[in-house]
Design a protein around this ligand. Structure first.
Ligand code: UTP
Length: 301
């Protein structure tokens, strides 16, 4: 029997973004731009490419501008039309989910990622859904990360966690999975641990912010007690769900940037600028100049 399709995606955007203050005092961190696109646009694009039809944002205070970003801007369109810049209007339109394809709900207080996901329960209903943390921006050579995970889901069903391999010294910053025997890039998950102490991680495979979850996660989240950091943790609820449903890890082809951290965000900007067909040459030249100024040496080509 085919697995139930994944039509909806949840984007938790209610976090405070304290690591980016003062930039995030009045502006959501999800609206910070990587080159010319807000972080949240890149993550929504990844979901659209994977065939997602409904986009659910769990927002908080100061996040209204995200809703505006995914709406038409009539005044701007009129000005662009009057100037004959129809191509720009079309580009903007192509980035928008269709009418009625977005929903917004409020978390009201940032009680943790698990709580943010639970806030989407009524909008998701009784069907599997994708969960994308907008902090993590992915860059892939071919199909996007979520598309690769949905291919894994169509094969295995159940719950899927996107994973990425990192060096041993980095595992303590993330959730890490342990895996059993599998084929290709997909393995059954046998356990998961949040931020393991140095040297104790069960593998180098980190949970990097992309999930496909079954709706049975919601009743578990409802009763979930506070965990690490006094927050309601998604990992705790997934561990409980693992006792009754299968979980698989899909190691996607590509890499992610942790745009919730300043270094990750800056690195993403450099990487995407160097990918950009119109910018790459000019930007690479400026970057070389800067590096040369700092080191006094001519950088290698
Ligand atoms: P983070 O803990 O990395 O985000 O949560 P944050 O709290 O905004 O960042 P800092 O640490 O203060 O700088 C990961 C993701 O989960 C969402 C965040 O918006 C982010 O996308 N989140 C987290 C919520 O929506 N609600 C929460 O209560 C916590």
């Amino acid at each position: 029997m085919p697995h139930r399709p994944v039509r909806k995606a949840v984007f938790p955007v209610a976090g405070l973004g304290t690591r980016f203050l003062p930039a995030t005092k009045a502006m959501p961190k999800e609206m910070l731009t990587i080159v010319d696109r807000p972080v949240i646009q890149r993550v929504v694009d990844e979901a659209r490419e994977a065939g997602i039809e409904h986009f659910i944002f769990v927002t908080g205070r100061n996040k209204g501008v995200i809703e505006d970003h995914f709406d038409r801007q009539a005044e701007l369109e009129n000005i662009l039309r009057a100037k004959g810049k129809v191509d720009i209007i079309e580009q903007l339109e192509n980035l928008l989910p269709g009418p009625g394809q977005t929903s917004f709900t409020r978390q009201q207080a940032p009680l943790g990622l698990g709580h943010a996901v639970w806030c989407a329960r009524e909008l998701v209903g009784d069907e599997p859904f994708a969960l994308l943390l907008p902090d993590m921006v992915t860059r892939t050579p071919g199909d996007g990360c979520l598309k690769q995970m949905i291919d894994g889901y169509n094969d295995k069903g159940g719950n899927i966690i996107g994973v990425e391999e990192v060096p041993d010294e980095e595992t303590e910053q993330y959730g890490v999975v342990s895996i059993g025997e599998g084929q290709g890039n997909c393995w059954p998950i046998t356990g998961m641990v949040e931020k393991p102490a140095a040297g104790t991680a069960p593998s180098g495979l980190i949970i990097m912010g992309r999930y496909i979850l079954q709706p049975e996660i919601f009743p578990i989240l409802k009763d979930q007690r506070k965990g690490t950091g006094g927050e309601i943790q998604l990992t705790d609820a997934m561990q409980a769900l693992m006792e009754i449903q299968p979980f698989h890890a899909v190691k996607y082809q590509g890499m992610s940037f942790d745009c919730g951290s300043r270094v990750g965000f800056l690195t993403a900007n450099v990487a995407f600028a160097l990918d950009h067909p119109e910018l790459r040459n000019d930007f690479a030249r400026e970057l070389r100049k800067l590096l040369q100024d700092r080191t006094g040496k001519k950088p290698q080509q």
